[in-house]
Design a protein around this ligand. Sequence first.
Ligand code: CP
Length: 313
Amino acid sequence: MSRLSSRHLLGLEGTPRKDIEAILKTADTFSEVLDRTIKKVPTLRGITVVNLFYEPSTRTRISFELAEKRLSADTVSFSLSTSSVKKGESLRDTLQNIEAMKIDMVVVRHTSAGVPYFLTRFSDANIINAGDGSHEHPTQALLDMYTIYKKYGKLDGLRVVLIGDVMHSRVIRSNIWGLKTMGASVALCGPATLLPYQVEQFGCDVYTNLDEALDGADVVNVMRIQLERQHSGLFPSQREYTKLFGINKDRLKHLKKNYTIMHPGPINRGVEITSDVADGSQSVILNQVTNGQAVRMAVLYLLSGKDEEEGVS
Ligand code: CP
């Protein structure tokens, strides 16, 4: 029985505050496990997790795989290029065949929005969304929130600016839902052509001027500008994007003194952020990656419903 309101993690839209709080609190316990010499607990012994990645990933995939191994789960990772998908097998057939091998949890990344939800319709496994198209990337937003929480001891009342392709970014979408649920003030900033229709319905402050968006902010979370969309004419040129929306040292004067720089990765250095800022003393970009482990361990544990006495310690 899941310890969260749902047996799946499909997105943060509609995820109650108590679930997010439970994940962040449990992440703290696993963060301590990761500081030990032997970074392994028997919590998910007997549970089998399949990582179904239909889209490239470095951070999310390795982070989930390590989280599963450190919880003592049995894990197997599916790679699109070496699978029977190449012979035309459908997503549904692929999952049903994998499920016939008695698995318990599925972590899925896919180019199409809604795939994790689709899988819940014919699978008994717990489904975790590791990024679905332009829809959501809930564990990324949870690790972002955990990173902010670790630094400030709160999320309530902080001003967080999310910069980039608001229309297509699943990281921005999940951050909006999660941060607003946790009481943060969220601002969005990007070129007008990359703001979705009726963007105001997110209930965030919306800017097309970066300096105005940064004014008085605590946290800046900079998104990758998706170079693969360069040809679709949504912004005039990479150079212009960098000039108008790139984060550099000069822009930092608008922020609060104890500001924080974040980026979910992968970074296009010199495009959406300069290297001196990405690697600077106020950057927590690598802390985000470290914290992702603890957050994913927490999500796997809470969804699995395994008894605490079976071993967080
Ligand atoms: N942040 C993130 O999702 O990175 P990957 O695409 O490398 O998993």
